[in-house]
Design a protein around this ligand. Structure first.
Ligand SMILES: O=P(O)(O)OC[C@H]1O[C@H](O[C@H]2O[C@H](CO)[C@@H](O)[C@H](O)[C@H]2O)[C@H](O)[C@@H](O)[C@@H]1O
Length: 283
């Protein structure tokens, strides 16, 4: 493994030694699932169920922390079944959807979700007009219950459309006291007050984990990387891993390791599982 931070190698060794105290948290799109043009067809990497199962046997817990609605990611990820397999090792799979606003666990098997933020339904009604006025009438609108996402990936010039839309959608969000979440060819408008960092920090406390690995690919993952850094600053091991892409290079500056997209994530998790297992044997 080629680490890109000065502390990456030591942190990797320390999270391996943490073993059953280690929480591994992963983003979904671009990390566990390859990016595809149609968001409704973004299925989990075919190797992921087995890889997560093997890893779960060695660590404290596995979590998926995603911008997707929890129910959607359960279906696209086959995560119910992954939860069944993990239960065989007496481990829990936690899914935190909509940037931590929704929660599902393989022990409880129900999605807990808050009410949509005030202002969202009015904004959704206004969106077709806003898109027309921004000169991007054909952007795809994804209604997510607690949020709305506007996608440009399937347009003729996705980057230009994204740049045209961002100021208009940021203004519309600000007027309604909603948060804006730019991502890979997507601009999301959602409730503020929660992000993947808060979600990760709460989960570390809840599971009493004393080491963390977080893997993500996009700007919405930055708060989770920052939360992992706080774990490290508190004196516990934390490894920050980027699922690398040409599309999103900004994360490379803040992480310890860049792997080659979801294929690279699978390879990293396999090696991590094997190293943690070997460390248990040698104890
Ligand atoms: O937090 P994540 O799990 O990474 O979810 C973030 C957003 O991902 C989805 O959009 C992204 O993936 C699509 C499928 O590969 C792709 O077409 C799109 O361009 C990407 O931005 C999803 O549709 C959003 O709702 C999520 O918030």
């Amino acid at each position: 493994m080629e680490f890109c931070s000065a502390v990456g190698s030591d942190q990797y060794d320390a999270v391996v030694r943490a073993g059953r105290r280690l929480l591994v948290a992963l983003d979904f799109d671009g990390t566990l699932a390859p990016i595809v043009d149609d968001p409704t067809a973004a299925h989990i990497h075919p190797d992921a169920p087995l890889v997560l199962d093997k890893l779960a046997a060695e660590v404290r817990g596995i979590a998926v922390i995603t911008g997707r609605p929890a129910r959607q990611v359960l279906a696209l990820g086959g995560l119910d079944e992954v939860g069944d397999a993990i239960a065989e090792h007496d481990r829990e799979l936690v899914v935190l959807g909509q940037y931590g606003n929704e929660r599902w666990t393989s022990y409880e098997r129900r999605v807990i979700t808050p009410k949509p933020p005030p202002g969202l339904s009015g904004l959704i009604r206004e969106l077709p007009r806003l898109l027309r006025e921004a000169g991007v009438p054909d952007a795809w609108i994804e209604e997510k219950g607690l949020a709305v996402a506007v996608h440009t990936r399937r347009l003729a010039d996705p980057e230009a459309a994204f740049a045209q839309l961002l100021p208009a959608l940021a203004e519309a969000a600000r007027e309604r006291r909603l948060a804006i979440e730019p991502g890979r060819m997507v601009i999301e408008i959602r409730a503020g007050g929660m992000d993947k960092g808060r979600a990760l920090s709460s989960l570390v406390s809840e599971l009493e984990a004393s080491a963390v690995v977080f893997v993500g690919d996009d700007l919405g993952d930055v708060p989770a990387f920052e939360a992992a850094l706080k774990v490290r600053e508190a004196g516990f091991p934390a490894l920050l891993v980027c699922s690398g892409s040409e599309e999103q290079r900004a994360l490379r500056e803040i992480v310890d390791l860049v792997v080659d997209g979801p294929d690279g994530v699978m390879q990293f998790l396999r090696v991590l599982a094997a190293d943690v297992a070997a460390a248990h044997v040698s104890k």
